[in-house]
Design a protein around this ligand. Structure first.
Ligand code: NAP
Ligand code: NAG
Length: 331
């Protein structure tokens, strides 16, 4: 086993040496035969959108590409597609990567769920990104909204059929969904025709979703983990433990000469999901992807598993009266 492990590390290092454009994280295979890099950078400024000065996300994505990230997550609603596009353009112009080395995801917002709204929404995102295609287009939520933000009754199965149309036109290489539950994924399978290639959902120490991950594995759906840090940095003071100063996590981090966020991200990778942490700090962007030179023991994995308590950081209860609300209607 030891010999096998060393030769694997050697082969992997050799691949990186020969081809820096391949990035740092191993790729996963999608159900349509395409590949998705196993680690990405998030670009949602969320509740700190007052931070938005116009180039902080661009810089973050540039640092990420330099650090070996090849997967970038954005969405129409984040208002960061333009900055993502400028970062990509710059790194291609500098010769650091080619377009085909990068995996770019964007998302259809809830106000564009009617079938005739999907293609124009994707075209607008492509214009913001200044790209000819994205690698992955996701339905951001199963919930539809009117322009005035009130709940619309549009069924996500209608939206999904329009997603398969834009896929066939080549404007995106793959399609998937975000914030769907198992029953909703089952409905897409039985009524929508094409199985999603990716499900993007919240996964972190507090919310590990083992049943959903098992389901996706059985269906060949790759899971992208959003909000991978959960409440590690006290995002919601009332959320359950752990925090980054948890002594059990600190002890594991010290053992591997890593940081607690790196231990968490490594754990998510070992669960088989793709973390997409966001940071506007260069040192953190670089730190977060440095998790491919160690692995956790079964005891450590057991400990990290024990933090799962079903606590959801993101639960938009103001949409709970939608017929398609995907989560528990009380947190
Ligand atoms: N599909 C969806 O509905 C959905 C929902 C939520 C998020 N997402 C996607 O998932 C991405 C990630 O989720 P998120 O942004 O909610 O949360 P997150 O990535 O779990 O956490 C981001 C926070 O962690 C801090 N941070 C990052 N690395 C750190 C480190 N090494 N040490 C200390 N602090 C660190 C960041 O601060 P600084 O920036 O100040 O460094 C930021 O405050 C989003 O950006 C978005 O692309 C998708
Ligand atoms: C919002 O728009 C929808 C569709 O146009 C309309 O039916 C609804 O009455 C509007 N609601 C409000 C609160 O304006």
């Amino acid at each position: 086993m030891v010999v096998y492990k060393y030769s694997f590390v050697f082969v992997f290092a050799a691949v990186i040496h020969l081809s820096p454009s391949a990035g740092l994280a191993p790729v996963l295979k999608l159900n349509n035969g395409k590949e998705i890099p196993g680690f990405g950078i998030g670009t949602w400024l969320g509740t700190n959108s007052n931070e938005l000065k116009g180039d902080e996300v661009q810089k973050s994505v540039e640092w990420a590409i330099d650090a070996g990230y090849r997967h970038i997550d954005t969405a129409a609603i984040y208002s960061t597609e333009d900055q993502v596009g400028r970062a990509i353009k710059k790194k291609i112009a500098e010769g650091v990567v080619k377009r085909e080395d990068l995996f770019v995801t964007t998302k259809l917002w809830n106000t564009n769920h009617k079938k005739e709204a999907v293609l124009p929404a994707l075209r607008k995102s492509l214009k913001n990104l200044d790209l000819d295609y994205v690698d992955l287009y996701l339905i951001h939520w199963p919930i539809a909204l009117h322009d005035n933000a009130s709940i619309s009754q549009t069924d996500y199965v209608e939206t999904w059929q329009a997603m398969t149309d834009v896929l066939n036109q080549g404007l995106t290489k793959s399609i998937g969904v975000s914030n769907f539950n198992i029953q909703q994924l089952e409905r897409l399978k039985s009524e929508g025709g094409v199985t999603p290639s990716v499900l993007q959902v919240e996964i972190n120490l507090n919310l590990q979703q083992p049943a959903l991950l098992d389901y996706c594995k059985a269906q060949g759906i790759v899971v992208v983990a959003y909000t991978p840090f959960g409440n590690l940095f006290n995002r919601q003071p009332s959320a359950p433990a752990p925090r980054a100063d948890d002594q059990r996590l600190v002890a594991i981090a010290q053992k591997y000469k890593k940081t607690v966020p790196q231990i968490v991200l490594r754990y998510l990778v070992e669960l088989g999901v793709i973390p997409i942490p966001k940071s506007l700090h260069k040192d953190r962007v670089e730190e977060n992807i440095q998790i491919y030179d160690f692995s956790l023991t079964p005891d450590e994995i057991q400990l990290l598993k024990s933090f799962d308590n079903g606590y959801r950081t993101l639960s938009p209860l103001f949409w709970a009266h939608s017929p398609y609300f995907p989560f528990e209607s009380k947190n």
